[in-house]
Ligand binder design. Sequence first.
Ligand code: XMP
Length: 516
Amino acid sequence: MTNVLIIDFGSQVTQLIARRVRECNVYCEIWPFNKISKEKVNKFNPSGIILSGGPSSVTSENKPEVSEFIFHLNLPVLGICYGQQTMVSQMGGKVESSDHQEFGKALVRVNNRCKLFDGVWNVSSEYQVWMSHGDRVTELPSGFEQVAKSDGAPFAAIADEKRNFYGLQFHPEVFHTPEGPKILKNFVVGICKADSNWTMSSFKDEAISSVKEQVGNGKVICGLSGGVDSSVVAVLLNEAIGNQLTCVLVDHGLMRLGEIDEIVELFRSRFNIRLVLRDASAIFLSRLSGKTDPEEKRKIIGNTFIEVFEEEANKIGGAEFLAQGTLYPDIIESVSFTGGPSVTIKSHHNVGGLPERMNMNLVEPLRELFKDEVRELGRELGLPESMVGRHPFPGPGLAIRIPGQDITEEKLNILRSVDHIYIDEIKKANLYGEIWQAFAVLLPVKTVGVMGDKRSYDYAVALRAVTSVDGMTADFYHFDMEVLGKISSRIINEVRGINRVTYDTTSKPPGTIEWE
Ligand code: XMP
């Protein structure tokens, strides 16, 4: 296997570079620019290096730079945006701040042949790209020549083909540079000559053997939530070390309609996985009783979860290892230019804290994967599409969808029924795959209605549906009004206790996806 190393200067879209490289079936990792050492790079043994964009200016005093040795490894280097500018500046060229900033779509004109554009862009033609820069290269280091220019950047693309050094002022990794993926493929496969053999099937085999090696004869516990990540971990571990694995499913009473039964059926019957089911709903509900503050609710649920999980783990005699569905975006070290910690918007619930408390080692077989790659691995492992394609569901469950009011069994049941109808109609309209996440929120308000000839005074619900790539940003989903009307009338007709349905048209930011 050969690798590509992406050196991160803090761009918002560095992860997209990694996505594009992996789409070429080439393995890659993202490392922060200030955590690079010669030994680490030699050990990783990359076929080529990509320098990401970033928010800094090479004209500023504390500019981040790439370690000089990177340019002396005899490897191809591609600098993107800030990556291009720092490469130019470190090699003796010039970068200046410019009045002509370019943000958004722009046209570049190709004026020289270059391996990066082979079979993609022709000389003397213009192409659409995505730009986002204030500074620009004004003088090239020796050995480089101009390959393309734009209105705002005389050196929109540059190359030193002898040394295989390339620089792009535009972002080939984003959607709005339509031929960007092909340009990156030319770099990774054509120029770096990285092997395109990183497939899910090969990943699966490697993951299974490395789990076997890590765990030896030890026992492993895996917390199942019914979500995609923990399900894929469980099935992978079952294939690797079947009889050393016990899965624990804690029913906190905050799951959706029929969800617990579905998970038990799938894992016990279909995969023959040893699964302990603990109904702890009474404890969770009694601790949540009267609590309305979102952070307090999250803390109660997180702590109770750890407590119950620990009890179950002790009942089965403990284990040396705890398996978790940590994904690559969770572990990529972010490059911070402010130096300060970021503001906590919500304390997300996971099983953090357990490994230290129980003195367990972690098994994290998905830590190199992005979410859609986890789905692909799930398919490779034979998980049904109904599980693999599931919308995300938050750890604290329905508790964070009953905002600002006491959580009771009655309200949970109303919300479950509404959610069930909503998702059912979305599936019937063939929209489930198009929507990233859809759910209902029970509002802390009763409204007046007229049903039959009688006055009603019942709860209102809000429906939410969003499109997103990673949950970090999201747009509200633009339903056809016919579909929305049908969903609304089914909910009011079929769910006792609801007489009004509203639709949430907030995007993220400024809203978050969940209401709490
Ligand atoms: P927000 O509401 O922060 O949600 O925009 C982004 C995504 O994360 C999910 N979410 C959670 N997932 N534990 C989880 O496992 C949590 O505590 C949690 N809170 C929110 C949310 O459903 C959305 O997909």
